[in-house]
Design a protein. Structure first.
Length: 551
């Protein structure tokens, strides 16, 4: 079914503009590498200005156009390098790579950072930056990656218990010994990263833990946990929630709407009490770990979230993870964490992105479904939500999953090829109202048309050139306003008509349509389109057009 999406070779399918863009990018990468070698770059930071946030890298806003490798790749250099080959061929700029606690601390206090060096060196070799994922106490709501010596010593590192006293596969968030061990090792990891990367700054951010929470129970039911659960909710949490009433997530606002201002967990949070309790204990644990790491090397840090999908109960998803129900508990419990970041496998990408885009939480998508129609959401992340990064999960499927993997990869490659040269421009236009994303099927019945208001004077009528097909992907792109009469139109699967909105209804007079790309902030034209080609049309592969309209 998917075979027809394949074309004979990747390079033969690339438009000329993209080939030129590749050369220019290579030059750009070289220049960046020279700057990095001279040791002038500063540590990446998440710079916040009111409700705006930018990831600053080498002194400029940086958008992560990345991808995540499979969980076990870091234990095999060949596999890891092949996965990075995929990202490099897409023109991605960043790779997300897991680092395993069990690998770096084989016996207590003895560290082996070879897997970290492998990840960083492989990224450098591929011209990629890297986000490292700390698989510490938590991995998908369990404790699979803690070292063997911890797994074998549950007296010192107790696991959470379920309601019938059953022992779970998750270390208890109340275990001070586990928390201190995790914090100590994470600190050592950050110290090591600083020692190998202070000059080049290949490592951009850290993901602290992976989808923390507890699976198969809504909270820890150990005696110690029961005692805390029956006691009063800590004042620090109540004060935070009360002081941030205007910005609470909708489910939290609903939970608290009839709640007393104080009381035990059940009195304050009602049926959400076990999830809120888990979120509070886990967020504080993670905060301690992140704080210890930042003391050594203060990279931006985020926590990823296994989302609630459909009708489920906490414990089906890792209870206590930063779901929309308890996101505000995390904000109170883990102030050192810069972002709570949704792993979006769920078709309602837009809805989830809306929930995780707040003045106190810029959108970062550490994992998205590696599915052809998710490629479009890169435009959505950067354009609709001013997001700082987008990463499909398991990108090595391109080389390991035969035709299906290759076909999915083509779709991401097509999108990434045009987005990469535009990233500095897009970053500079975020929060200005000059990015106008196009997305097929955003609202019901919008499979054929979208109308976009560009300026006071101009609108864009977008016609999708084919019906939305989940296998092929959906039409998507962006119209970027460079000036009131000057636009970049990028994407695939749609035509655009510029319309005057003042005076009699009519099409705007077009001065020129050019195909090309950007080199830094310089437009590089590859072809001027006129005569039979005088259309703003981006039908079947991603293209960058520049359209000038009469003043
Ligand atoms: C989400 C996790 O965070 C990843 O590590 C991986 O397990 C994926 N799920 C698999 O779909």
């Amino acid at each position: 079914m998917i075979n027809h999406l394949r074309s004979p070779s990747v390079s033969s399918r690339l438009p000329r503009a993209t080939a030129i863009a590749s050369t220019l990018l290579a030059l750009f990468a070289l220049t960046t590498a020279c700057v990095a070698k001279s040791g002038t770059s500063s540590i990446p930071t998440l710079e916040k200005n009111g409700a705006q946030a930018h990831l600053m890298v080498d002194g400029a806003p940086y958008l992560i156009l990345g991808g995540q490798v499979h969980n076990s790749d870091t234990s095999n250099p060949e596999v890891l390098n092949k996965a990075m080959d995929v990202l490099a061929s897409w023109q991605a700029n960043t790779v997300e790579v897991p680092i395993y606690w069990e690998a770096i601390e084989p016996s207590p206090g003895h560290y082996d950072f070879s897997s970290v060096d492998l990840a960083v060196n492989a990224a450098r070799k591929h011209g990629l930056r890297v986000v490292l994922l700390w698989f510490g106490t938590w991995k998908n709501g369990e404790s699979q990656y803690v070292p063997d010596w911890m797994k074998e010593d549950q007296a010192i590192y107790p696991h959470a218990k379920g309601p019938r006293g059953e022992v779970t596969t998750t270390i208890s968030p109340l275990s001070t010994a586990a928390m201190e061990a995790d914090a100590r090792t994470f600190a050592a990891l950050m110290r090591h990263i600083k020692s190998i990367d202070e000059t080049q700054r290949t490592v951009l951010m850290m993901q602290v833990e992976n989808e923390p929470g507890i699976v198969n129970t809504d909270r820890d039911y150990s005696d110690a946990a029961n005692k805390q659960f029956d006691a009063a909710v800590p004042g620090a949490l109540l004060t935070y929630l009360d002081g941030h009433r205007q910005q609470l997530s909708a489910p939290m606002a609903a939970t608290l709407s009839h709640a007393p201002k104080s009381g035990n967990w059940t009195q304050v949070f009602g049926e959400k009490a076990p999830e809120a309790f888990s979120a509070w204990t886990i967020s504080q644990y993670v905060n301690t770990v992140a704080e210890a790491g930042k003391r050594e090397y203060a990279l931006p840090m985020y926590v990823n979230v296994w989302l609630i999908e459909g009708v489920e109960r906490p414990g089906r998803w890792p209870s206590g993870g930063a779901t929309v129900n308890v996101l505000d508990v995390w904000k109170a419990g883990a102030p050192v964490i810069d972002m709570l970041a949704p792993d979006i496998y769920y078709p309602k990408f837009y809805d989830v992105a809306s929930q995780y885009t707040r003045p106190d939480n810029p959108l970062y998508v550490p994992e998205a479904n590696f599915n052809p129609y998710f490629a479009a959401f890169a435009f959505t992340t950067f354009g609709n939500f001013n997001g700082i990064g987008f990463n499909p999960f398991g990108i090595d499927d391109v080389v390991t999953k035969g035709d299906i993997g290759a076909a999915i990869g083509m779709r991401f490659q097509d999108t990434y090829n045009v987005l990469r040269p535009l990233l500095p421009l897009i970053a500079s236009k975020q929060y200005t109202g000059k990015l106008h994303p196009v997305l097929q099927g955003l609202a019901n019945g919008e499979d054929w048309k979208q109308s976009v208001r560009l300026t006071d004077r101009l609108a864009a009528n977008v016609d999708f050139t084919a019906q939305f097909d989940p296998v092929k992907g959906r039409a998507a792109g962006m119209i970027i306003e460079l000036a009131p009469d000057d636009f970049v139109v990028v994407g695939t699967g749609f035509d655009v008509t510029f319309r005057e909105m003042q005076g009699p209804l009519r099409d705007a007079e077009l001065i020129s349509i050019e195909e090309g790309t950007f080199q830094g902030d310089q437009w590089v034209r590859t072809q001027r389109l006129n005569g039979d080609e005088r259309h703003v049309s981006l039908p079947d592969h991603s293209t960058i057009l520049r359209v000038r309209v009469a003043k």
